[in-house]
Each structure stands twice: as C-alpha cells, then as structure tokens.
Ligand binder design. Structure first.
Ligand SMILES: [Ca+2]
Ligand SMILES: [Ca+2]
Ligand SMILES: [Ca+2]
Ligand SMILES: [Ca+2]
Length: 467
C-alpha cells in the first residue's frame, strides 16, 4: 500500500482586512510587463504572450484592462486576443496572422491597472508584426521522458508552425528500431514506439524529424528520449527501505524543493547544486508538468534544458497559475545525463527525485490571497478531519493528498489480526509534516515511521496487527 501526501507549505494565511481606507494620499499602482521593454517584434504565427503584474503600495484592490491603437482595419487583435486576470496580474495572449503584418507604424498595445480608488497606471508596448521568412519551426519539445517504459508505448506529437503554408510534410529519420511515425494533420505528426529486446535498457535514444514546406530548405529537429532508471526502488514496485540507495540522485543533485508560490512573477526558478560524483554528466534537463505524472499517466511532461554556472544548475517553469488565472499544482524532476555513456550503462542518467515515478510538486497560486488549495477529500461535505471520517487508502497505487497547515487529515487501512503491511508516504523533502500512525482506539503507535534522511520518503512497516 502506498499513500502520498503532498504538502502545501504555504500555511493559509488569513487575510487581515484593512480596517479603514487611508484618508490621505492615494498612491497609483505600479505596473510591470513581462517580457519587459518598450518594443517587441513577432513573426506571424508566433504567439504574443505578455503578463502584466500590478502592485499597489496602499494595498488597494486592482483591476486590469488593455487596449490597442492601430491603423490597420483588418487587424484580428480585438477578436482573437484573450486576457485573463487575477488579483495581481493579467495575461494577454494573441497569435497574429497574415492580416496583422504591420506595414507602417507598429501597433501600440496599452495595459492599464486601476486601483479601487480610481488611480490608474498605464504601460505601452509597441508591437511590430513581420511576415517572417516563411521557414517552418518546430513547436514541440526536444526532450521526451519515457516514464512508463516499456509496458506502454511512448507516444508524443510533433508540432510545427508555418504561418505561410497550408500544410507541410513531416518525416522521421534516425529513429530507434521499431519506432513509427505518421502525419496526422497539416502541421502535426505522431511518434509511437515500443522498445524491442534490450532497447529499453538503453537510457538515452534520439530521433530526428524533418519538416518540409515545399519552399524553404528542410528543417530538422533532434529529439532526445530519456528512459528513467527503474531499478532505484520505483517502477511501480514497492519502494524499498528509505535508507537504502534510493537516494543516489538526491545525494548527487542537491535541491531544496520549492514550497507554495504566491508571489506574482512570470516564472519559477529551480536551482540545484551538483555534488562530487557528477563530473561525468554533460546534459542537465528539468521535466515538469501542470498535472502530476505520478498519478496522471496522460499528463503532458514538458522539458527544459537547465543552464550550468559553476556547480549550480538552474531552469525555469512558467507561472501557469498567473497565465491561466487559476491555482495549479506543478510537478518537476531534475535529471543529469552523460551523453557519451555506452548504451548499457545504467548510470548514464540520474534524477532527483531518484524514485522513477515520483516528482517534486508545489502549489502555484493565481492570487496571493488564495486559501490553501485542498484535495477533494477536504472539500467534500464530510472532510477527513477526524478519525471517524478517515478515508480508506488504496493498496496498489500512489494517491495524491494535500496537507494544508492547521488542517488535519486522517486516512485509514483495515488490517486483519496478524497481517503485516507497509505504508509509504512521499512528501517534499524538508517539509514540516507531522506523521502519526494510530491504532483503532486512536492510540499512537510509537516510532512507527522510518523517515529517510535524504529524500521525502517515510515508511511504516507493521508486522503485527495494531490497527
Ligand atoms: Ca493605491
Ligand atoms: Ca513556409
Ligand atoms: Ca487534505
Ligand atoms: Ca483535513
């Protein structure tokens, strides 16, 4: 039986209402745009994505708006742009097409924030839309994590943007044996692969895709497929002793997992320190998703190359909560690999967390004042706040739970006399989580959890019936 507790660190802080509005001066709000700068240039087909962050010194509530000044009567901007607002930010998205090419003056995009007392601040950005050179561009990830190797096939879509073509031809070359690729749309192809024989033992595979728009020279994209190790206690099997060597990744890649994020900022920076023993690794990748792949096997996992500076590697995850205007749980995993290792080398890849199916996760809040994002159990009409309302746990799969500060959760497992079981809890390393095992009378079972000193795993093994 495995249970997973995901801690939302940000203790739901009660918002103290301002007792009365200041009677004196009102300071106008600040407004910052991301990306910054007074001007920007985009090609048709390329998304214009701008987030406006507001801040009011007096603590006044803010509203956001935008407007555009353009001489182009055919502009699609008013009809196709979207604008999602939260209490502190607003995100503008628009994909210009050929009618939007700016012939003379750039269009002027104006963002406005207004505080509750009517003081407003504007920021303007001049936007130039060019036809581009008509070259097709790959819009899908250059790294793929094959986390369910090799029972289920690896399937991912290859997507291309080409603003001036009705369709393109997509092809695959230099693929691992048994891989298939078919074009499934004017700008999209689907890759499917089930490893044959010992191919699944090889950690890193690469595959080349080529797009041809019939006008420009063909463009290639090299995609790296990473198969995470399954011999580190994960792989669907029961995690082993937390003191055993499931921590190899945590020791080599030192990282303090991110807690809850409430600050309005365009992205979340993830840093890790490379420790002794990592000299051989030459590629640093962060995999992330806005759905936790541990529980949701259909989650799209994005990847980003991490940048190395001395012994620190860093990468960024966009603030999808601000962008979507909705609280999110974000999962991520940091991996290093040795691109020159031999095919069979099991150490060619190392990740933090080490356990194959686990990801770090944190809550990203759209508004600084949002309450802690609870799980459905706590939001139900009969929350699992007491021993009497404890929710039964799965015996076969990880289950996601959220523990919010100051709000207890109870989970239960009926056990027959003489039956033994193990309970595994995974939570962000370093989080202050009080775990306790109680018997059927509510009496604590002493020293029941064995807590790992290197990862967020805690395991209780019960040999005799206590519960
Ligand atoms: Ca104000
Ligand atoms: Ca083209
Ligand atoms: Ca809960
Ligand atoms: Ca609860």
């Amino acid at each position: 039986m495995k249970t997973r507790v995901c801690v939302a660190w940000g203790v739901a802080a009660a918002m103290v209402a301002a007792s009365c509005g200041p009677t004196g001066d009102n300071t106008a709000p600040e407004l910052d745009l991301s990306p910054g700068g007074p001007e920007a240039l985009y090609k048709i087909g390329e998304e214009v994505l701008i987030t406006a962050f507001g801040n009011d010194e007096d603590g006044d509530a803010l509203t956001f708006d935008w407007t555009v000044r353009t001489d182009n009567p055919l502009s699609t901007i008013e009809d196709t742009a979207t604008f999602i607002t939260t209490a502190q930010s607003a995100t503008f998205r628009w994909t210009p097409d050929s009618a939007d090419i700016t012939a003379g003056d750039p269009l002027r995009l104006i963002f406005i924030t207004t505080d509750a007392r009517g003081a407003r601040t504007e920021r303007e950005k001049k936007i130039t839309i060019t036809p581009g050179n008509g070259e097709p561009v790959f819009d899908s990830s250059a790294n793929q994590l094959y986390k369910e190797c090799c029972d289920k096939p690896l399937v991912f879509d290859v997507v291309v943007i080409d603003p001036d073509a009705a369709d393109v031809t997509l092809m695959m070359s230099e693929e691992p044996s048994g891989a298939r690729f078919e074009q499934i749309g004017a700008f999209k192809g689907r890759f499917t692969w089930t490893p044959e024989g010992s191919d699944g033992d090889q950690r890193i595979h690469s595959v080349k895709f080529t797009v041809n728009d019939g006008q420009n020279p063909p463009v290639d994209q090299l995609v790296t497929i990473v198969i995470p190790p399954d011999d580190l206690g994960g792989g669907g099997g029961r995690p082993t002793d937390p003191e055993a060597d499931v921590c190899v990744g945590e020791r080599l890649i030192e990282h303090n997992p991110l807690g809850s994020q409430r600050e309005p900022k365009p992205e979340f920076t993830i840093n890790a320190a490379l420790k002794s023993g990592t000299e051989r690794y030459d590629k640093y990748i962060m995999f992330w998703s806005d759905r936790d792949p541990t529980f949701d096997t259909d989650a799209t996992v994005f990847s980003t190359d991490m940048v190395r500076d001395g012994n620190t590697i860093s990468g960024a995850i966009p603030n999808v909560a601000a962008r979507e205007g909705k609280d999110q749980t974000i999962a991520y995993k940091i991996c290093l690999f040795d691109s020159l290792a031999s095919d069979e080398d099991p150490d060619a890849l190392v990740c933090n967390p080490s356990v194959n199916e686990l990801f770090h996760n944190f809550k990203a809040y759209a508004d600084a004042g949002s309450g802690c994002l609870e799980d459905p159990l706590d939001k139900s009409s009969r929350p699992n706040d007491t021993r009497q309302t404890a929710s039964p746990m799965s015996e076969t799969a990880w289950e996601p739970f959220t523990a919010c500060g100051g709000n207890q959760d109870f989970h239960s497992k009926p056990v027959r006399p003489g039956q033994s079981f193990a309970l595994v809890v995974s939570y962000p390393f370093g989080a202050q989580l009080d775990l306790e095992l109680l018997d059927v009378t509510g009496t604590p079972i002493p020293s029941s959890f064995d807590v790992s000193d290197c990862s967020g795993l805690a395991i209780a093994e019960i040999g005799r019936a206590h519960v």
